[in-house]
Design a protein around this ligand. Structure first.
Ligand SMILES: Cc1cc2nc3c(=O)[nH]c(=O)nc-3n(C[C@H](O)[C@H](O)[C@H](O)COP(=O)(O)O)c2cc1C
Length: 462
């Protein structure tokens, strides 16, 4: 027996569809000992998109280009593997409402007239053996159930089932759900318990106002209104997995909501989260500092610690760790920002002690990072101007260095200038305190009082 296992997610070890397809394969291998498994990782090695040269070659034209020849051979191998397979397992994430283009490129090579289908009296007819079993491990971020706002954008499972359709599986979609059916109210109470909060007082109201709710969620949680709005709108759609025949195909222990929350929280605590909603958002280029007024708050400090210890201390900024000083001022500033629609400081950070280019850091975003040398943050708070916070580490010998901290602000109009002067009195507490905090922390790291984190700081990818 032969099993063809196809993966197409670009998310490597973080992929949901890869985890699902691997489970299905493991189950099938256990059910059919000795089965031969062929794995095609289309994200690592995909076929080329079809071109006129491919069509010409199929029509008998000579192939002179070596790359085209190799690609045609690859397409031929895809087809042979499909024809020989008794079981086909396809990991298929939804990207932009449909399947990944790598998977489409595979389909373009195996949908071959005369081999896998033919045109009959009633249109296209499948030629593959009816005994083949196909499993699709489908993953997606949104809800596309009938009647939901995004239902019309579903071109993923409908496309795959359309292409693979045959009598046993015609347009069959499996629901994957947990072992319990809960209301949103019950889920909120469970979440509060898991966060060790007092029991929430929840007053149900008869109307759903997604716009208003999204502003409210924006204000009281770390989620932005743009992410909150579709979530609030989704509340009116029941998302209950009623059809559970998948549990017979892949029997396994299902997580309860509480177990799922616990698992997600432990991943965040361990810093194992690769991407998060807080990373969403554009990364703008450098501001046009040239021309116009630029206010600066420049401070320097000599630190008895090597650059890597100083960089480690700088890398701790934000999130649960805070900004080394004037916590109350940062909190007030965060609230003010949320009130006017900005992200506030509750956005936190992805990893407790490691920063990467493009990541959100409370109401800042990392727009420049050079390990042991510099860090540049650009403000995403609502401001009448553009603000950037820069840290520059200059080594002085092997065990000491100079840390230069520069807060730049380019005001927009009179309001921007007034803003700068109104916050000026607080700079002393905020910026001086921050610099001193970094110095103390870096010297502790250098003395070995606190061990710098063993995590690798990713190389900047500008
Ligand atoms: C480039 C990209 C595009 C995406 N587009 C959609 C989309 O249109 N609709 C959706 O529901 N989810 C979308 N998602 C979310 C993925 O479908 C979801 O994260 C899924 O778990 C991905 O599967 P994977 O983890 O196996 O890659 C997208 C994700 C990525 C990376």
């Amino acid at each position: 027996m032969q099993l063809l296992h196809i993966d197409s997610s670009v998310l490597g070890p973080y992929s949901a569809s890869r985890a699902l397809s691997a489970e299905i394969v493991a189950r099938q291998v256990a059910l059919h000992p000795g089965i031969n498994v062929i794995h095609r990782d289309l994200a690592a090695d995909a076929a080329l998109h079809l071109s006129s040269a491919h069509l010409a070659a199929w029509q008998g034209g000579t192939v002179q280009d070596a790359a085209l020849g190799a690609d045609l051979a690859k397409g031929g191998a895809y087809l042979e593997e499909l024809l020989a397979a008794d079981i086909i397992v396809i990991g298929a994430p939804m990207y932009n409402f449909s399947i990944p283009s790598q998977l489409k490129a595979w389909i373009d090579r195996v949908v071959v007239a005369g081999k896998t289908f033919r045109y009959g009296a009633s249109g296209a007819e499948g030629l593959l053996s009816k005994t083949k079993k196909v499993f699709i491990a489908s993953s997606r971020g949104n809800v596309y159930t009938a009647g939901s706002p995004a239902a019309a954008l579903e071109h993923h499972e409908s496309y795959l089932t359309g292409v693979l359709e045959h009598p046993e599986t015609a347009a069959r979609v499996f629901d994957i759900g947990g072992p319990e059916v809960l209301t949103y109210l019950q889920i909120m109470h469970i979440m509060a318990e898991e966060l060790h909060l007092r029991r929430r007082v929840i007053i149900p109201v008869p109307v759903l106002t997604p716009l208003l709710s999204s502003y409210w969620i924006h204000l009281v949680t770390p989620l932005s209104k743009d992410i909150a709005r579709p979530l609030a709108e989704g509340l009116k759609n029941p998302v209950v997995a009623r059809e559970d025949s998948i549990t017979e195909i892949i029997p396994q222990e299902l997580l309860t909501v509480r177990q799922a929350i616990k698992a997600a929280r432990s991943k965040t605590a361990d810093g194992q989260v690769e991407t998060s909603w807080s990373m969403a958002g554009p990364i703008e280029g450098d501001p046009h500092w040239a021309g116009g007024t630029v206010f600066q708050d420049v401070r320097e400090v000599q630190i008895n610690a090597p650059p890597h210890a100083v960089f480690q201390a700088v890398s701790l900024l934000g999130g649960d760790h805070g900004w080394y000083s004037a916590k109350y001022l940062w909190t007030i500033r965060g609230w003010m920002d949320r009130l006017v629609g900005g992200p506030g400081i509750r956005r936190g950070r992805l990893h407790p002690d490691r920063l990467g280019y493009g990541e959100a850091l409370d109401f800042w975003r990392v727009v420049g990072i050079e390990r042991d040398k510099s860090l540049v943050l650009r403000a995403e708070m609502k401001l009448p101007g553009v603000a950037v916070l820069e840290f520059c580490i200059e080594p002085c010998g092997s065990a000491a260095c100079k840390l230069k901290q520069n807060a730049k602000f380019q005001p927009k109009g009179l309001l921007g200038i007034l803003y700068w002067y109104s916050v000026l009195p607080f700079h002393h507490f905020v910026f001086r305190g921050m610099l001193e905090g970094i110095k103390t922390q870096a010297e502790k790291f250098a003395k070995g009082d606190e061990r710098p984190t063993p995590h690798e700081v990713p190389e900047p990818s500008l």
